[in-house]
Design a binder for this molecule. Structure first.
Ligand SMILES: [Zn+2]
Ligand SMILES: [Zn+2]
Length: 238
């Protein structure tokens, strides 16, 4: 039997760039320097509620947020969901590139640490997957991200507060109303009291906000006062 002292994890799973998928090891960074230039950072002006980029400087909220009464107070993300991020997140979720969570968490905190500390949240709560979907995938991408955020920010994570009780259909093809119907009773809370006043929901992508709204509404029924969100990406603004 070979007795070479090598790190089997380092050999089998070297850290890969979340953009080009090549191995990043020489620099010790989480992303290639060239790929960093391709990252679609959200530029200002952006929506004061959901952080989507705005086309018109003078507006405070995006069209979606000016039309809707959201259940959350505010949310932040570092990136727009473009084709670079679409393939990055697809590899993260379906290609077993769980190490990308560290990169996403660092980007979120580098951009938004100040805002996050102003929120005074007691806990990070990942949006749960239905248990059968979680089993199939082997992990919950939002929980991995919340854990990486928790380690770096010192804000504890509570991954058992929200439970997914309904297996929902993919939201992509649905309009706002269909999304809300799809999500009706999607979550439950199996505790009598929630000891938190302010909390941060963590998910991978924010598009229309229906998932965050559904979870926030339920949490507020249990006495939570302020609900924020952190995501890797927001959809394109308007
Ligand atoms: Zn790269
Ligand atoms: Zn908005």
């Amino acid at each position: 039997m070979p007795t070479k002292k090598i790190d089997p994890l380092g050999l089998l799973f070297p850290r890969r760039c979340p953009v080009c998928h090549e191995i990043v090891e020489e620099t010790g960074g989480l992303v290639c320097e060239i790929c960093r230039l391709k990252l679609p950072y959200i530029r200002e002006p952006s929506c004061a509620r959901c952080n989507k980029p705005l086309l018109e400087q003078e507006r405070e909220y995006c069209l979606d947020c000016s039309r809707k009464k959201h259940q959350f107070e505010q949310g932040k993300a570092p990136f727009v969901y473009d084709k670079v991020m679409r393939s990055s997140i697809a590899r993260y979720k379906y290609g077993r590139r769980q190490e990308y969570a560290a990169f996403y968490a660092e980007e979120i905190l580098q951009r938004h640490a100040k805002k996050i500390s102003m929120w005074k949240a007691e806990v990070l709560v990942p949006i749960p997957l239905h248990p059968s979907r979680r089993r199939k995938r082997g992990f919950n991408q939002a929980e991995l991200l919340a854990k990486a955020l928790s380690v770096r920010s010192g804000i504890p994570m509570d991954a058992s507060l929200l439970i997914r009780t309904k297996k929902t259909h993919a939201q992509k093809e649905l309009n706002d109303q269909e999304r809300l119907a799809n999500l009706k009773d999607a979550f439950s809370i199996q505790r009598r009291n929630i000891p938190y006043h302010n909390l941060i929901l963590v998910d991978d992508i924010y598009t229309t906000g229906s998932t965050i709204d559904t979870a926030a509404r339920l949490l507020k029924e249990y006495g939570v006062q302020k609900v924020y969100f952190l995501c890797i990406c927001v959809g394109m603004g308007n």
